[in-house]
Design a binder for this molecule. Sequence first.
Ligand code: AMP
Length: 426
Amino acid sequence: MIFVSFSKEAGMFKRIKGTQDFLDLTLFNFIIEQAKKHFSEYNFTEIATPVIEPTDLYHRSTGQESEVVTKQMFRIAVKDGEQMCLRPEITPSIIRAFIENNVIQTPWKVFTYGPVFRYERPQKGRYRQFHQLNIEVIGSESISQDASFVKMLDRFFSDKLSLRNYALLINFIGCFEDRKAYRELLSQFLDNVEQDICKECKIRKEKNTLRIFDCKSPDCQKIYKDAPHITDSLCKECKGEWETLQEELTLLSVSYKVEPTLVRGLDYYSKTVFEFVSDSLGSQSAFCGGGRYNQLVSQLGGKGDQPSVGAAPGIERLMLLLEPIRDTLVLPQPPALHLILPMSKKQDMLALLLADTLQSEGLCTDILLEGGSIKSMMRRANRMGAKYVLILGDEEQEEKKVTVKDMVNGKSDQILQVELVEFLKS
Ligand code: AMP
């Protein structure tokens, strides 16, 4: 028999690049709890969809030429040839669920949250597995819906999450016909600067012209500052809606900045597009993106168009924004810990029974079963943040008592075991 010896180093697994272990979920759960509260106050229902979806769903929605589909999809190889992937965004899954489950009650106002996967170069605020909240209104054409939706998000960030240092960037990319006309104008502009733009933008120009605005090269971005604005190519109806949207946002006291180069990286958007950004996040400044998508339902095989609007706040980036103001937030506190210290193995069974009684009464209870001197056990109790220490020694066992030490004021009491719950609850 051959024994292979592994060095400690070689036997250790590391997490996959671009993923994170969350050892403290306080901020994560705070965001989710606040979101559940906030969006249900606005009459949204929580739903959940799978993290694996048919690959084709994203080809037909996010877009064949979008960076998400061309470069960032985690495809899963399955024996029977079925093409599936880990979802690179959630909106198409929600639309699939809307169609597949024959939802007839519209507007369908839903929210969800969970992991999303994109094969990107990891850096601060950019992961390969990250988490998004997703909020969608499916089946509502009114542009006032967009104003109300953006206000709801703004209120979530400012009131529920207490964020201050952020801005809303907004743009209006019109209807299909407007974008067709604009694409020609943009192409003409690009003809004149073609020698100065990067190789990828040259391809984008031919394949999906509006995607040039997603280019990460600062040189290209500088050139595109002089590009024609899509809002100057809007038809009469879209122009009216764009004006109404701005008026209504002002009416609702939402501060915003019009960003003419904001087109968003996904193909299905039409009309309203927006991003919430913060300087505090560095180069990955957007922490929520969204907009209107009017044709996605029919594009994905649904009956007729269901004009919709949605948004996806990124949870990791929200956590980065919350970390510096953590002390000012009203975060849920862990329950007071009651820690039972059996002084020897003889008291273990009694400790188990007492713990079971306290736990059944809803009191947070743990036992130090590893033994040690009273001094070392008290030190551990301190480190664990115990509020009460319940000491069980020979004497306590014999007299059917417990020595209860309040770790905050240092006071000790001997309590009869049968009266312990009542004592701790009072
Ligand atoms: P998008 O659909 O690309 O607009 O993304 C919506 C939001 O998800 C962004 O505003 C970010 O907050 C978050 N997000 C997108 N990509 C990543 C990533 N690779 N890592 C962490 N968060 C991300």
